[in-house]
Write a protein that binds this ligand. Structure first.
Ligand SMILES: Nc1ncnc2c1ncn2[C@@H]1O[C@H](COP(=O)(O)OP(=O)(O)O)[C@@H](O)[C@H]1O
Ligand SMILES: [Mg+2]
Length: 269
């Protein structure tokens, strides 16, 4: 079953300055993409190609100039109150910049509980229990609950943001460069965690990244974007099949692996 679908969406940004309207910049030009329940879709493309714009349209944070976004078959603009409420609860987003995505004065418990207050009818006690459960789900110590964002590490704070996204039991989580700021070890650990969470709950992911290596690790249907359009798709995430020049560019951007061993020093005469 299709959860979310964009049909021919376009989005143009206009810049304004003291001397009047500047050039219009087309971020998306007729993009279509869908994510089915339980599916993982990777959205890959170089920086500035329109990935985040598409992600924001899919989450209803912005409206397309043309085309439609539909949730469970209904265009967002035609969802009734109950439908809109369900959409807001079931589609959650995790961003790249975890420190910028949380209120620095809230403790971790309040940060994770925030969507529960807005999107569910749980009372304070049930919310507290749910936060404990969520911390355990993302494999963070319970003692973190009373800490401030400045008191936890970057990797931990990104897990807090994942816990917050999972709080209202979403059907889809849009991860926009969500692990791109983490070091390699934490990236691998976070991807493995996301996989385990998906196996346990059957949620769908839209995994947005400019980093082909992350897509390789996540192994999912891959959609490649370039300059505001979809240029290529692979059904299985077999990245060897990618042929489009924009895809090849992403491949060649990956640094070759370090040599296993330094060459032996020349013998001293
Ligand atoms: N709010 C905005 N105002 C003006 N231009 C924007 C805005 N958001 C994105 N853009 C422009 O749209 C294009 C696509 O940006 P974005 O969707 O962020 O790409 P990506 O996430 O792939 O790096 C870029 O040229 C960017 O400068
Ligand atoms: Mg982006």
């Amino acid at each position: 079953m299709t959860l979310i679908r964009a049909d021919g969406v376009s989005r143009t940004y206009r810049s304004f300055s003291l001397v009047g309207a500047g050039a219009a910049r087309t971020a998306l030009a007729g993009v279509s993409l869908s994510v089915a329940a339980g599916e993982t879709v990777a959205l890959l493309g170089r920086s500035g190609c329109g990935k985040s714009t598409l992600a924001r349209l899919l989450c209803g944070l912005e409206r397309p100039d043309r085309g439609t976004v539909s949730y469970r078959g209904t265009p967002l603009a035609r969802l009734d109150r109950a439908g809109l409420r369900r959409f807001r609860r079931e589609v959650q987003m995790v961003f790249q910049d975890a420190p910028g995505a949380v209120n620095p004065r809230f403790d971790i418990r309040a940060i994770i509980a925030e969507p529960l207050r807005h999107l569910t009818s749980l009372d304070a006690r049930a919310r507290a229990r749910r936060v404990d459960e969520l911390l355990e789900m993302v494999e963070l110590p319970a003692a973190l609950a009373s800490m401030l964002p400045s008191q936890v590490s970057g990797g931990q704070l990104q897990r807090v943001c994942i816990a917050r996204a999972l709080a209202p039991s979403p059907a889809l989580v849009v991860l926009d460069e969500a692990v791109s700021n983490l070091d390699l070890h934490l990236q691998a650990a976070t991807l493995a965690l996301l996989k385990r969470l998906q196996q346990a709950s059957g949620l769908a992911y839209l995994f947005v990244t400019h980093d082909l290596r992350l897509v390789e690790r996540f192994a999912a249907r891959t959609v490649v974007m370039d300059a505001g359009t979809v240029v290529e798709e692979t059904p299985s995430g077999a990245l060897v099949e990618l042929r489009h020049p924009a895809s090849l560019l992403l491949k060649s951007a990956i640094l070759p692996p370090l040599p296993a061993r330094m060459p032996a020093p020349a013998p001293v005469a």
